[in-house]
Design a protein around this ligand. Structure first.
Ligand SMILES: Cc1ncc(COP(=O)(O)O)c(C=O)c1O
Length: 431
C-alpha cells in the first residue's frame, strides 16, 4: 500500500487518507479486489452505479470497437455520431410513457445533468415570455452533485460550508412536507419559480423513502403553478428502483429526468437529461433560439457505445426485475438489525438500496459511527457507504440474494464490533 499520494480524492479527509488509500485493482460481478488481493462484496456498486456488475466483457468490447472506429468527436452545433443518436433514440423509447415526446441532452455525469436541467428550466421560461421564473427549489437531505447549481440546491449542509455564495435564486424545503413546499412557492411567488427538483428516493442524504402520495402531490403543485417538475433519477434510474427511470414506479410524469450512473453502469462517464417535448419545442422549432450550454464531451461516442452495451445487458438479463426483487433481499438482510445496539432506524423497502441509521443519541456521542462501521464491515469483506447518520448499501443488480443476506450479517457484526470498541460509552449523551 502506498505511503502517500498526490491524488486528491473527492469527498476525502486527505489527512487520514494519506498513506491509507484503498487501491482497488479488479472487479468481477458483485465483487472487487484490492491490490493485496483481498476480495470485497461491493455493497455500494461503486456509488449506486455498477448496476450490470463488474467485469463485463461485452461493454469492454463495445468500447474497444467504437474506439477503433471513432474514439471521440464533439457534438456542438450540427455534429453527431451514431452511438449518440442511437442512445438518444433508445432512451427516448424507454421514456415515452413517462415524459411526453422526450428529447435527450447528454453530459458527463449527474452534476452536469443537474446543471443542464436547472439552466434549461430558466432558459425555457426566458424563451417563452416568463423571464422572471428563475427560482429553483430543492429539498433538505437532497443531493444533486457538486456543480454550482447542485451545490446550491442540495440539502446536506456540510457540502455547502465555506464554498462562497450560493445561487441566490435557489432554496430548500423539508424533504417530506408538501405544506412546506406550498408555503415556499407562495413565499417566492409562483410566478418566479422555474422548477422543483426531487429525488424519488433520497439517496446520499440518508436513503429516505418519501411519505405515500408525496411525489404525486409535488407533481400536482408544480402543475397547478406552471412550475417544471425535475426528477433527479441519477440513482433511481436503470433498475435501482426496479424500473427504467425510478419515477415510473410512482406513476409520475415529470417535465425533465436527470440520469447518469446506471446508464453505463459507470463503465464510462455519462449522464444527461430527458426533456419533455413541451420544454424542447421552442428550441427545436424557433430558428435562432439556442440553448447555449453543453460540454466538450456531450454525446461522446465511446461513452454512448458503453451505454448501449450496458442497456443490452440490463434488458437481456432482466436486471430491472432483479432490482425489484432485491428490494426484498435488502429488507430481509437488514431486518435482524432492528433494535440492535446503536441502531436507530432501518431504511429499506423501496428499490435495491437500504440504510442502517444510528440512534441519534449514539451518533451525537460518536459522530464517527458510520466511518467506524465502514472499517469493521470492510474487515469482514463488505464495502458499505458511510452516510451522515448511518451506512448504506446499493449492490450491483447481479448480486445474489444469499450474498446480500451475508452482507447484512457482516454489517450486523460490524456494528456489534463498533459497540464493543466503544464499550459502555456508546450511547452516552454528548458532553
Ligand atoms: C441524486 C443525485 N444527483 C446527482 C448526483 C451527482 O452525480 P455525479 O457524482 O455524477 O456528478 C448524484 C451523485 O451521487 C446523486 O445521487
Amino acid at each position: 500500500m502506498s505511503t502517500d499520494t498526490r491524488f486528491w480524492h473527492p469527498f476525502a479527509d486527505m489527512a487520514a487518507v494519506r498513506g491509507a488509500e484503498i487501491v482497488i485493482t479488479k472487479g468481477e460481478g458483485a465483487h472487487v479486489w484490492d491490490e493485496d488481493g483481498t476480495r470485497y462484496f461491493d455493497g455500494t456498486a461503486s456509488l449506486w452505479c455498477v448496476n450490470a456488475g463488474h467485469g463485463r466483457r461485452e461493454i469492454r468490447d463495445a468500447v474497444a470497437a467504437q474506439m477503433d472506429e471513432l474514439a471521440t468527436y464533439q457534438c456542438f452545433a450540427a455534429f453527431s455520431n451514431r452511438p449518440a443518436d442511437a442512445l438518444a433514440e433508445r432512451l427516448a423509447g424507454y421514456a415515452e410513457d413517462v415524459v411526453e415526446d422526450p428529447r435527450i441532452f447528454f453530459g458527463l455525469g449527474g452534476g452536469d445533468a443537474i446543471e443542464t436541467a436547472g439552466k434549461l428550466a430558466r432558459r425555457y421560461f426566458a424563451a417563452t415570455g416568463q423571464p422572471e421564473r428563475v427560482h429553483l427549489i430543492g429539498r433538505g437531505q437532497g443531493y444533486h452533485g457538486t456543480h454550482g447549481l447542485g451545490t446550491s440546491l442540495g440539502g446536506i449542509a456540510p457540502n455547502k460550508e465555506g464554498m462562497g455564495t450560493e445561487d441566490k435564486h435557489t432554496s430548500q424545503v423539508p424533504w417530506d412536507s408538501l405544506e412546506a413546499l406550498e408555503a415556499e412557492i407562495e413565499r417566492v411567488g409562483a410566478e418566479h419559480v422555474a422548477g422543483v427538483l426531487a429525488e424519488p428516493v433520497i439517496g446520499a442524504g440518508g436513503v429516505h423513502r418519501v411519505p405515500p402520495g408525496y411525489l404525486q402531490g409535488l407533481q400536482e403543485l408544480c402543475r397547478r403553478h406552471g412550475i417544471l417538475f425535475i426528477a433527479d433519477c441519477v440513482i433511481a434510474a436503470f433498475g435501482r428502483l426496479g424500473t427504467w427511470w425510478g419515477v415510473d414506479r410512482f406513476d409520475l410524469r415529470p417535465d425533465m429526468i436527470t440520469f447518469a450512473k446506471g446508464v453505463t453502469s459507470g463503465y464510462l462517464p455519462l449522464g444527461g437529461v430527458v426533456i419533455s417535448g413541451r420544454v424542447a419545442e421552442p428550441f427545436f422549432t424557433r430558428g435562432g433560439l439556442m440553448f447555449r450550454h453543453g460540454q466538450t464531451y456531450s454525446g461522446h461516442p465511446t461513452a454512448c457505445a458503453a451505454a448501449l452495451a450496458n442497456l443490452d445487458i440490463l434488458e437481456r438479463e432482466d436486471l430491472l426485475g432483479r432490482g425489484r426483487a432485491m428490494e426484498d433481499d435488502i429488507t430481509d438482510a437488514f431486518a435482524p438489525l432492528a433494535g440492535a445496539e446503536l441502531v436507530g432506524q432501518i431504511r429499506t423497502g423501496v428499490g435495491a438500496l437500504g440504510a442502517v441509521a444510528f440512534a441519534p443519541e449514539a451518533l451525537a456521542a460518536h459522530p464517527d459511527l458510520p466511518v467506524r462501521t465502514f472499517a469493521h464491515a470492510k474487515a469482514r469483506g463488505v464495502l458499505v457507504r458511510p452516510l451522515g447518520d448511518g451506512v448504506a448499501i446499493s449492490p450491483p443488480l447481479v448480486a445474489e440474494r444469499e450474498e446480500i443476506l451475508e452482507a447484512g450479517r457482516a454489517i450486523g457484526e460490524a456494528i456489534a464490533a463498533v459497540a464493543e470498541d466503544l464499550g459502555s460509552t456508546a450511547a452516552a449523551p454528548a458532553s
